[in-house]
Design a protein around this ligand. Structure first.
Ligand code: 7PJ
Length: 257
């Protein structure tokens, strides 16, 4: 899954239109490089990120989705927790909802249930504004699994069939370095949930802490983490660096076969 951020601040000074055009170009490159899914996001969920208003988020992501649907033949995913954005993105052609709040926002589960879209349910402790202050678990693996189990059940109860659901432990979302490491070590336990696993480790701060590298210099660490995640059962890896990751995963899959 290739990450496509449509956030003007990450594209210097060009404003919304320029951000959309750059994001479309970038997404096409990722598709060229072998991405199987393009994940479009208009609001950063990084720790301490400034929230984005509904109209602003729609204005960022919808033109990108509309453009990509006619240009690529891989699924487009929308990275949002807002039900209105999910609805508009699905109408524009997105076929997966990637929600760091696991459809807990009022109305979100209904929007997905009424569509044919797939969904990625992610675990987060707290909110992006507070999650890294003091994350606490008695048993991080068991608690994350229990949360995903209960959100999966909520989806099934709402009419979202199992074949539409992917689960994600949510690396870096209300987790210390030790929590993230324990989750990677025990990732295979998540297979008891019976759904494909998605992981997002690309360039995350845990990798920066372990290698003492800034965000732009975390490629090698990201590859190592994603290879380990794939060996431990991850079926989808959400990454910035598609070409390098595709090559690494070709080795994993050859070994696994
Ligand atoms: C994740 C995500 C993740 C899923 C982000 C970043 C932060 N969606 N969106 N899983 N992370 N499903 O990429 O650093 O880990 S935004």
């Amino acid at each position: 899954m290739g990450i496509v951020n449509v956030t003007p601040d990450s594209f210097s000074d060009g404003g919304q239109f320029a951000a959309s055009n750059l994001a479309i170009e970038h997404a096409l490159e990722l598709a060229e490089e072998g991405a199987a899914i393009l994940d479009i996001g208009g609001e950063s969920t990084r720790p301490n990120a400034v929230p984005v208003g509904l109209q602003e988020e729609l204005g960022r992501v919808i033109p990108v989705i509309e453009a990509l649907v006619s240009k690529v033949n891989i699924p487009i995913s929308i990275d949002t927790y807002k039900p209105q954005v999910m609805q508009a993105a699905i109408a524009a052609g997105a076929s997966i909802v990637n929600d760091v709040r696991a459809l807990q926002e009022e109305g979100a589960i209904e929007v997905v249930a009424k569509s044919n879209a797939g969904v990625c349910l992610m675990h987060m402790q707290g909110t992006p504004q507070t999650m890294q202050v003091n994350p606490q678990y008695d048993n991080v693996v068991n608690e994350v699994i229990a949360f995903l189990q209960s959100r999966q059940q909520a989806c099934i109860d709402a009419g979202i069939t199992k074949d539409r659901i992917v689960l994600d432990p949510g690396f870096g979302f209300g987790k210390t370095r030790a929590h993230n490491i324990v989750l990677i070590q025990h990732l295979h336990q998540f297979s008891t949930l019976g759904q494909p696993l998605l992981v997002g480790l690309s360039r995350k701060s845990i990798l920066g802490q372990l290698t003492d590298n800034d965000v732009d210099a975390r490629l090698y660490a990201s590859i190592a983490a994603n290879v380990i995640a794939a060996l431990n059962g991850a079926k989808i890896v959400r990454v910035h660096d598609v070409k390098a990751t595709v090559d690494a995963l070709k080795i994993v899959s050859a070994i696994q076969q």
